[in-house]
Design a protein around this ligand. Sequence first.
Ligand code: ADP
Ligand code: MG
Length: 611
Amino acid sequence: MKRINILDSSISNLIAAGEIVYDPSCVVKELIENSIDAAAKRISIEITSGGTKMIKVSDDGHGIYRDDIIDAFKCHATSKIQKIDQINKISSLGFRGEALHCISRVSKIEVKTKTSEENIGTHLKIVGGTFGKISDIGAKIGTTICVNDLFYNTPARMKFLKKESIESAKISSLIDKLSLSHPEIFFKFIKDGKVSFCSAGDGKISSALYCVFGKDYFDGSMKINFKAENLKISGFVSKPENARPGKKIQIFFVNGRYVKCKLISNALEDAFKNYMMVGKSPYCVFYIEVPFDSVDVNVHPAKTEIKFSNEQKISDAIYKCVKETIEFENVKKLEKYVAPFKNIKKEKTYYENINDNSMVLNDSAELFSDDSKINLNFENYKKLIYPKEKENIQNETFDTIELKEKSDLIGPPKEVFMNKSLRKNFKLIGEIFSCYIILQCKDSIIIVDKHAAHERIIFEKIRNKAKYYDSQILIKPICVSLEKQEYVVAIENKELFSKSGYEIEDFGEGNIIVRSAPMYEQYDQIKNSIIEISNYISNNRKTTETKKLDWIYQNIACKSAIKAKAKTSIEEIAKLIQDLINNPKIAYCPHGRPIYIIVNKNSIEKRFKRL
Ligand code: ADP
Ligand code: MG
């Protein structure tokens, strides 16, 4: 049996360092936070190879005295707290005094710094925790720390790193957050020799939001402002109609510190309930200010999780101010729509069209059967849809439908649409609840879910044509801003997008350009689809390509299908029923919900006690 062995302190220190410094982005985070604590106004961050080769952070902060430089890299060396009771009133970002120490143990560091009180700069190299000689160097006031070959002496930690592109994306999203929390600081991010991001640094939250997310997000958001005793909430939140599918972009700062917080997120989403489509989430950037001693930031070593001493108060405040902002926005919007009608005499048709969800029969209707396009007048059209109209439907002789189960509502047991005679001998009764199409047969009625049916029909069409995909070139290409990881995934999966009918191109800085899209998709849906697909791929990297493609086809079909509750013209309904008849094998939508149910005449009569 192996005996217990006390680890050599150099090994245990290395392990501890690896726990605190676990990837390039957390090195960048610690270095930038030190610059912010040093009152820097300009911070430049440069990385190569996802930060594994080099991370260089330069600032114009107050610098480090030559006499303190060695101490800065010693364990638990900090200039930020002197006494234990200060821990509870921390306002600076770092205070554990372990970041520089840990980073220096697992990399090769070079520091250049100068304070305003010194005439000459200080230069120092530290390799794997071993200090070199301090020397003079020409330098401006401020500090530059260059971290080379991160984890060169901890290969196990190195193995855990993700692809360079993903590590870069993490750093870039970190810089986004820091520039949002510090709009007064000018940030510049250089990635592999190219400037990848610059913040405005003009002190305005709106400028920071614009720089980080771009025009779309900015235009689609509402300002939040709330003040109560000991609590201030400001920032931006998406308008309900601009909520996004996919990865949540909800950024919270509490007293200037970026935090993850379920409490805030839940309150935000609760406020959006009933104003927003299911499956989407609002995006936001919130700045919350509370007294320093009413939050505990020491819940998690990375300091990203916090605990409020009065959770209910925070949650209520978020809920209230978001809900009020949404309602205010809705009132504004309504007024815009109502205003033009206020002084106009009410036109009968306008009002009736809006309220009348029932079908309107046109004099002429167009029917498409397979490839041919037939123009029909109403009489012919009726003949096609009600083939036995002229004869009395009750007196017709029908094949009896054999149903396997004897319940009131019987879903088809197999994927076989109504039998041949049934398909030929039905009467279209109409549409109910703007959702279901009713067909009458001799001894049953068929209730068709128009959305589910249409969705499956489109899905079949897409899947059958997948090899020579029906794609439309967009006259106006669409620019989509993606969240950092979704962006990386989209670029890496251009091929898969192309197989689904989307031609996309990298447009840099988290943006992609869509040049063509599937034929069935509506223009205003394309952006959402790209976001959803990128998000899906990023969460299902290991899924097979066929499965991914099926998911994408389903997604397109669902979006392109007639919506339940939407008004559908008689032509569209006729076309839908025609398609169903032409595809006798389908009975379920791609998500597995039934397309139609059959209600037996017998069961109706039983309920009326006729039988
Ligand atoms: P902490 O930030 O928790 O104090 P660190 O290990 O990150 O611990 O830094 C140690 C000390 O080094 C800081 O307390 C600060 O005095 C000094 N320091 C680090 N980076 C900078 C910087 N960019 N400018 C000025 N001082 C710095
Ligand atoms: Mg620090």
